[in-house]
Write a new protein. Structure first.
Length: 264
């Protein structure tokens, strides 16, 4: 466990160096964060066009939380970037499980996504005359962290699948987070979908976490909220296990046929 934490720490430090080399607080705030806030406002305005205050709140809350999924799944690009840079073979030599290295490499995007979703959740509602239930709303950032972790584990699994196909990395990223935003209760309830699709949604990240947030804001019993959060954590663990198994398979196959050295 000590080796795992040490590798995770150094991978996280490397990810922070990457982030600060690309962004300053000004560029992040006025480019990326502004873009995400405008996206949330777009969906909230759809609710206003429908003439329903309930729809405005539903769309605003759902899309504010969904912001974290966009940043969390950027780990797909980072994993592919290691292969294209020719550093994949060095990373898999770390004295830890392979998935640990990749979990640490994208942590800066996860943290940025949690921050962006939290800012959207608290800053935008007053602009649309949406009153958040207090003090329950103050617990939402903690739940966003759980949602972000689940989305991050899911993104890590997708990254392991597309490592051999670097040309589809952007397609994989967009399909990954758009799937969550479409089917996991962001803009329409999960119950809107057919039963078979609803069952699939139950094992996707964000479904239970967003349900917990909505339940908390609606004043549901603590047990209901905690049950949904527990299910979200279980989903996160499931995707993490799949990611670990998939990375192990990728590395074993790459060592056998030499493709792990592929860097273009």
């Amino acid at each position: 466990m000590r080796a795992q934490l040490r590798v995770l720490k150094h991978a996280a430090l490397a990810s922070y160096a990457d982030f600060t080399a690309f962004y300053t607080w000004r560029t992040w705030t006025f480019t990326w964060l502004a873009r995400l806030l405008i996206q949330v406002c777009f969906y909230a305005l759809i609710g206003r066009l429908l003439g329903s205050a309930e729809q405005v709140e539903y769309l605003l809350v759902g899309n504010a939380v969904a912001v974290v999924s966009i940043d969390a799944t950027v780990v797909i690009l980072l994993a592919i970037g290691e292969r294209r840079a020719g550093t994949l073979a060095l990373m898999v030599a770390a004295p830890s499980t392979h998935v640990t290295v990749y979990l640490g490499r994208g942590l800066h995007h996860l943290v940025a996504g949690i921050a962006a979703a939290t800012i959207a959740f608290f800053v935008l509602p007053p602009l649309f005359d949406v009153s958040l239930a207090q003090p329950r709303a103050l617990l939402v950032p903690l739940m966003i962290v759980v949602v972000g972790l689940a989305c991050y584990c899911y993104g890590t699994f997708v990254a392991s699948l597309v490592l051999g196909f670097p040309g589809v990395r952007w397609v994989a990223l967009n399909v990954s987070y758009l799937t969550l935003m479409t089917f996991c209760g962001v803009s329409v309830p999960v119950s809107f979908w057919p039963g078979w699709l609803e069952a699939i949604c139950s094992v996707l990240p964000m479904t239970h976490g967003l349900a917990a947030i909505r339940a908390a804001l609606d004043g549901a019993a603590p047990g209901t909220v905690l049950t949904q959060l527990g299910l979200e954590l279980a989903v996160a663990l499931g995707w993490l296990v799949l990611a670990a198994l998939s990375f192990e398979r990728m590395v074993r196959r790459g060592r056998a046929n030499g493709s792990i050295e592929f860097g273009a």
